[in-house]
Ligand binder design. Sequence first.
Ligand SMILES: Cc1ncc(COP(=O)(O)O)c(C=O)c1O
Length: 506
Amino acid sequence: MSTGDGLGLEGRRTPIELGADEFREIGHQLIDDVADLLASMRERPLATGESPEQVRALLESDQSLPNEGTDAATLLRQATDLLVDHSIYNAHPRFFGYITAGAAPIGILGDLLASAINQNVGSWSLSPMATEIEAQTVRWISELVGFPTGGGGVLVSGGNVANMLGFWAARASRVGWDVREHGMRAKGARDLRVYGSKGMHTWIQKAADLSGIGAGSIRWVDTDQEGRIDIRALRAQIEADVAADAVPMMVVGTGGSVSTGVVDPLPELRELCDEYGAWFHVDGAYGAFAVAASAAPPELRGIALADSVAVDPHKWLYAPLEAGCTLVRDPDALLAAFSYRPEYYHFPDGVQNFFEHGIQNSRGFRALKVWLVLRHAGRDGYRRMIDQDIALASRFHAIAAGHPELEAFTHALSITTYRFVPADLSARAKEEPVSAYLDTLNETLLGRIEKSGRAFVSNAVLDGTFVLRMCIVNFRTSLEDVEALADITAELGRAVDQELRPEALR
Ligand SMILES: Cc1ncc(COP(=O)(O)O)c(C=O)c1O
């Protein structure tokens, strides 16, 4: 019976459907374009240096949403051209910025397959194979970083969220009242304190803020000369807080700090946590996967002692963004922090329903790309790639140390810090006003390198000194690239010096 309402309900055809032939044709074209992009990565400029205005003009960003649709082939062509010609390539062999990796090709294909299957990995019954693949992936990640495999874990968007899940697991476990039900104003509630070194990543601020304990509850503990948390200062701080009736909820050990890659003395932190009843969390977002590498500091093996660990497959496993992972020693720790069972969910027991293990309800199949990259390279493949990255950063440190216009600062894991110092100023580099000028010079140089499209570095501030920072989480970087970085830095540094040097310093 026809409803006759003119909506086209019979033999319904929607503007979003693509016939198999058209899908195949434009899909093949897209794969060809992506293959060409990957093959030409080394020859491409790493960045375009375009201004925000130029990028917005290319996109015609002020246009309203069109009423009419556009055919899929045209759209994919436009999107490919916009992105291929106007992106910053973290997959480029000379990308040394932040801790941002290029995507492993098999992960790119994995994302396509994951989108096609489009599982909701919130519950087992909606995603049987995908859930089991995620569970296996979590177990393999535990094995790779030397964490006990009998615990729990879940994939999340990245390092920030992976760390936050550890934070909430600590809160549910170590607070002596039902904080999930009654919050921070429960009867008998006490102030909560969390601890970590001054080199901790900013996720801790978001976690403390969002949990309601406030960012002011974080104790940023001093570091020693190498940048590792000062255990004596930590102990003194915990004792002062306990004396003031606060709960030492959690200590964060950093397994590769974001600025310089240093690793805290993790085994000692475990002992201190046991003494004061605190949860021990390791932020291994950057460094955890290096535990298997021969050049990694032995303290990193203390990951095995943690109650929870955050790792980031979209960094050193080269999974395409986004992929982070939380691991917990107690298999029920995440359930204890996140599980609610509403009556409208009829999910069977005895299987993993990942919506109960974290913040997300509907969840994508990010495990597939991680599972694929792990299997593609294997444990030995990763060990070797990470060893190579660390060795290249170390070589760069030696190159900078021996260069007449570069000054080498730190090297830890695959991060090296350095700066440009004009040869005639090097003897006075620590004196004012030369020291302030070198900060300005290197800050300008940072932007100049980025705009050049020839390399990409980021920065750190070490004891008030502005330094350039190169980080190799990049499976395409070779020795020629780190040698080139030294030359590029010196060449552009000289040009910036010519422009900026005040008369008084000439
Ligand atoms: C030590 C550390 N923790 C946390 C993060 C945050 O990770 P993400 O950017 O994946 O959220 C980073 C990022 O570089 C990091 O280096």
